[in-house]
Design a protein around this ligand. Structure first.
Ligand SMILES: Nc1ncnc2c1ncn2[C@@H]1O[C@H](COP(=O)(O)OP(=O)(O)OP(=O)(O)O)[C@@H](O)[C@H]1O
Length: 251
């Protein structure tokens, strides 16, 4: 058996279903998210990609199934998770500076209304430097470009020193420099043995960065390593035939 799949440090998603009032968003989803791999969740608009992440983190209720990490419900271990929602779900008018946002990543470790330790400040400082946003520390977040905002939220996730990183559409509306930084950091996290799960819908060249894919359209179409998932048949079934993708992606 594949050593990674046998490892306990994976997320196991079993028979997960989500029902929004009259809309069935996910049906009997089964897959494993492996540690040490960069995993992309792909599928057409409305496929349930965001819902899958929210269901894993207890942000929407499951109608069926369960999500386990190291054999225990993931929702009981959320201190191990760093989650960055879609940019459209964040209030960019909130009066916070870049530094404030990045330090929020330390709140769980420090405790609410407690003073941040020197270690926490060092961790936050190094995360800001890692994403190239150190010079913007005192800037209100509303004054940043889309790419800069995404890098600040990536820095906040890094300060959490989590085991599991979940990003919802981090590549939307960003510049090339940000895309390079984001993928470099994702690869570093995966190489350090973390779980890195990224919702994306772009079947362009960037898909080559992913090690594993979960191809979704309300139910699992295919899951596993990128090359085995990216077959014409799987893409046709996921996108109902309407698909343009980067032809070198499965190489
Ligand atoms: N809070 C909600 N209440 C009711 N229906 C919802 C809710 N959130 C999502 N849906 C519906 O569930 C389905 C899956 O939505 P979801 O946002 O998970 O898809 P997605 O693959 O992330 O889509 P996109 O790529 O457009 O962001 C869609 O039909 C959507 O309209």
């Amino acid at each position: 058996m594949d050593r990674n799949i046998a490892s306990a440090a994976n997320i196991n998603i079993s028979h997960v279903g989500v029902q929004y009032r009259t809309q069935e968003a996910l049906r009997d989803v089964n897959c494993t998210v492996r540690s040490g791999r960069l995993t992309g969740v792909f599928g057409p608009n409305g496929a349930g990609k965001s819902t899958l992440i929210k269901a894993m983190l207890g942000l929407v209720p499951l109608s069926t199934g369960n999500v386990l990490y190291q054999g225990k419900p993931l929702v009981q271990q959320l201190e191990k998770v760093a989650y960055v929602p879609q940019r459209s779900q964040i209030d960019w008018t909130y009066p916070a500076t870049v530094w404030d946002v990045v330090m929020m990543g330390r709140v769980k470790k420090t405790g609410l209304f407690q003073r941040f330790s020197t270690v926490s400040r060092k961790v936050a400082q190094s995360a800001l430097e890692r994403v190239g946003m150190d010079a913007y520390k005192n800037r209100p977040i509303g004054q940043l470009s889309g790419g800069q905002q995404q890098r600040v939220f990536l820095a906040r996730a890094l300060t959490q020193e989590a085991e599991i990183f979940c990003f919802d559409e981090p590549l939307v509306g960003i510049d090339q420099k940000t895309q390079t930084v984001i993928f470099d950091v994702f690869h570093e996290l995966a190489q350090a043995g973390k779980i890195v799960l990224v919702v994306n819908h772009d079947l362009g060249e960037s898909i080559r960065h992913f090690d594993d894919l979960i191809l979704l359209n309300r139910e699992i179409i295919a899951t596993g390593d990128r090359v085995s998932v990216l077959t014409e048949d799987n893409l046709y079934r996921a996108y109902s035939g309407k698909v343009m993708y980067f032809s070198g992606a499965a190489a």
